[in-house]
Structures are given as structure tokens and as C-alpha cells.
Design a protein around this ligand. Structure first.
Ligand code: GLC
Length: 411
């Protein structure tokens, strides 16, 4: 695989005169989510070690979904455990971690080089509390080969998507080919599942910190997702499907369409993929008559307040959040860059041509509500989405439940 570090590696080898690395004076432990290519981050860390003799960095992975990771981190941080120095955090968490006193601020850090959404997400009460790792948004993955074969354009509305599934399934007659894979499990990603069609009806959830809930739009959102199951276009067990399940189903060639984040691209083009070269990525469809909208994702690097290597950990985070690392992860892990100009970079576009259109999507993506009580907002929405998809609650009752609970949390 292509690396942007070749020059740096040669330089550090030259500086070292080929001598073996000195023994490690500092050992840093970095927490990385297992979903986001720890093996690729490892290569970035190898380069860091090569350029910083005396520092050894190890990776700890955990949790394949955002809420599973944060559950683990909550335990570690509550115990004031010094074992972790650097933490990768979902974009919804820096504010919460800062409020708990779990991360150390980066005093005087200039954030202007990053995309504005990430500069904002990492600045809390005027303090920079973490630095961007990668950008993210939800997209529609589709089987380019099948759409082309049947003369279909990527759908711009969910109704168009259903029509496309009918045409393709009617002709292909492959009972194992699912129309649409999306996330119905009660995971953090299901908050976005709910918000996508909700937002696309022109609605907001929170305005100026106050709940602005549209029950009718919420019911329509829940009903839309349920209709994919009822109409046989999504798997019956969609209530058990998490993000990486969708990634695997699509990569195995078992789905025409999939809702997913940017990381799924790299693996869909890899040697273990049944669909390499057959994948297209587009904006997510809207509700008919609505606007195409997506959920802002992304991950950030925080330094644990309990790390006993504050300066070294910050130095490492600066590096991980730097442009070279962002470019490397874009090329080798299809993680969206946090620097605007990398979306035009020739090496990046060679690895992920669709990134050329992704900047605009990231820039217009809508953030999930920012509140110290985000955990309760998340739990309410994701468990309701899951209950509706499992068939134990109607969309109508689901919308009423979300409204009643959010009213208590976001007054
Ligand atoms: C992606 C996004 C993150 C989101 C998560 C949900 O990792 O980057 O922000 O919360 O998916 O599953």
C-alpha cells in the first residue's frame, strides 16, 4: 500500500545512522476503537516511534461501537486509571469528557487549519479539549454494477431507492440480495438512523439548546425504516444489525444499498471484498419533497487527565492530528480528512475518488445535539428505534416516547 511516510522514514533512518533504536524512556498507551482500523493507525505510530527514539507507543483497542467504547472509557476514567495516555473519542463526547475533567486542554492551540465543525466540536468554553482524528458523515453505498446494469441512477429519495430495489430484485431474482442494510441495533449509530429522515423533512431537534421536536416527522422517520423490513427490502433481524454488520453484508455482496460511514470504503475495495470495483458512494436520499441531509460523525484525540506523561502524550496527539497522519489514514483507511485541502489531494483521490464530493457533505452534515446529558438523549432515541424495528412498538408510540423522554432531558 502506498505510504506518505517513506521520506520521513528514510530521513529518520539516516539520522539514526542505522543504529538500533534506543531503549524506550517513555511508554504511551493509546486507546483506539477496534472498528477504525487499529492496524492502520499502528503504521502511523510506527513512524512516530521511528522519528522519536525513546518513545514507545502501544495500542489498546476496545468496543466495536461508540457506546461500547465509551462504557469502557467511563470505567477507566472514573477509576482515575493512569494506564491510558491518549483516547480516541467520538465527536459527540469531547464536551462531556471535558466537563467530567477527564481530558487535559491544549492551551493556546490554533484550530484554524481544521474543518470548522471539528474545531467547534473540540472547543468547549473557549478551551481546546481534544484534537481531530478524522472527519465522518453517513453516506449511501450502492452497487454501481447493478445500478448500471439496470439503467438506474443513484436514488435521491427513499421512494426512488425502493423503486430501484424492486427493479433490481425483480430482475436478479436472488433471494440473498438484501435491498438496503442499515443500523437498527440500539447503538449510537441508530441515533443517526432516526435523525436522517427526520432532518430531511426540514425539522430540527434542538434549537438554541431547547427541544424543538416534531412528533409527526419523528413518526414518519420511524415508519420509513420499519417499512423497509415490512416490505422485505431489509433483513427481518435488522434490529440486531450494527454498523460493522452492515459493512460486512455489503462487502460480501449481499446488499444493493447500505447506509454507512466512510471507513467502510477501504475494506469494500480490499482483497477480502466481493464487491471491489463495483461500489459507488452517494449522498443519502431524502424523504420525498425533502432535502438530502446527513449526520456529522468523526473522532477526536484526547489526552487523559490521568496520564503521567502529559507533554509526551500531547506531542503524540499533535502528530496524530497532523496533516500527514490525516492523509495517511485517508489513503489507507478511507477515513475522511479533517483538513479541507486534502479532499483535493491527488493521492487521496486515487485511493477514494468519491472523497472529491465528500467535503461538501461533511460541511453540511448536521451535528447531533450537544448537551452534557447527551447519553440520555442517545439512549432514548436508539432504544426506541430498536423497539420499533423489532416490532414491539409502533412508530406512533415510538415518536410519543421519544418526545416525552426528551422533554425531561432537554428542558
Ligand atoms: C461513526 C461516526 C461517529 C458515530 C458512529 C456511530 O463512527 O464517526 O460519530 O457516532 O459512527 O455508530
Amino acid at each position: 500500500m502506498k505510504t506518505t511516510f517513506a521520506a520521513g522514514a528514510m530521513l529518520s533512518a539516516a539520522l539514526l545512522g542505522g543504529a538500533p533504536l534506543a531503549h524506550a524512556d517513555t511508554e504511551l498507551k493509546v486507546f483506539v476503537s477496534s472498528q477504525h482500523q487499529p492496524d492502520v493507525w499502528r503504521k502511523v505510530l510506527d513512524q512516530y516511534e521511528a522519528a522519536n527514539p525513546g518513545t514507545k507507543v502501544t495500542i489498546e483497542t476496545g468496543g466495536n461501537t461508540s457506546e461500547a467504547q465509551v462504557q469502557y472509557l467511563n470505567t477507566v476514567m472514573t477509576a482515575k486509571d493512569t494506564a491510558l495516555d491518549v483516547l480516541i473519542l467520538d465527536v459527540i463526547r469531547p464536551a462531556q469528557f471535558a466537563a467530567a475533567g477527564w481530558t487535559s486542554p491544549f492551551d493556546g492551540k490554533d484550530m484554524s487549519a481544521y474543518l470548522p465543525a471539528y474545531s467547534e466540536a473540540n472547543t468547549v468554553d473557549g478551551k481546546v479539549v481534544a484534537l481531530p482524528a478524522f472527519a465522518d458523515a453517513m453516506f449511501l453505498y450502492y452497487r454501481k454494477d447493478l445500478l448500471e446494469k439496470h439503467g438506474i441512477q443513484p436514488p435521491k429519495t427513499w421512494d426512488e431507492l425502493k423503486a430501484a430495489v424492486k427493479t433490481i430484485n425483480g430482475a436478479e431474482k436472488n433471494p440473498d440480495l438484501q435491498g438496503l442494510s442499515f443500523q437498527g441495533k440500539a447503538i449510537e449509530g441508530a441515533v443517526c438512523t432516526f435523525l436522517l429522515p427526520y432532518w430531511s423533512q426540514g425539522k430540527t431537534l434542538v434549537d438554541n439548546g431547547r427541544l424543538n421536536f416534531d412528533r409527526d416527522a419523528a413518526e414518519k422517520s420511524l415508519a420509513l425504516w420499519k417499512s423497509f423490513v415490512d416490505e422485505g427490502m431489509s433483513k427481518k433481524n435488522i434490529a440486531e444489525v450494527a454498523t460493522d454488520d452492515t459493512r460486512k453484508e455489503f462487502q460480501a455482496g449481499d446488499a444493493i444499498f447500505a447506509v454507512n460511514w466512510s471507513y467502510a470504503w477501504a475494506q469494500s475495495q480490499g482483497k477480502d471484498s466481493a464487491v471491489a470495483g463495483k461500489v459507488g458512494v452517494a449522498r443519502l436520499p431524502a424523504m420525498t419533497g425533502g432535502e438530502q441531509s446527513t449526520c456529522l460523525g468523526g473522532w477526536e484525540w484526547g489526552v487523559s487527565a490521568y496520564s503521567t506523561h502529559q507533554d509526551e502524550a500531547k506531542k503524540l496527539v499533535e502528530y496524530l492530528s497532523g496533516k500527514d497522519s490525516s492523509k495517511y489514514m485517508a489513503i489507507n483507511g478511507s477515513l475522511l480528512p479533517t483538513y479541507g485541502d486534502l479532499y483535493k489531494d491527488a493521492d487521496v483521490l486515487k485511493a477514494a475518488p468519491w472523497f472529491a464530493d465528500a467535503l461538501q457533505v461533511v460541511e453540511t452534515a448536521k451535528p447531533r445535539p450537544v448537551t452534557p446529558r447527551y447519553n440520555e438523549v442517545s439512549e432514548t432515541i436508539r432504544t426506541t428505534v430498536n423497539a420499533v424495528l423489532a416490532g414491539v412498538m409502533t412508530p406512533e408510540d415510538g415518536a410519543a416516547q421519544i418526545e416525552a423522554r426528551l422533554k425531561r432531558v432537554l428542558r
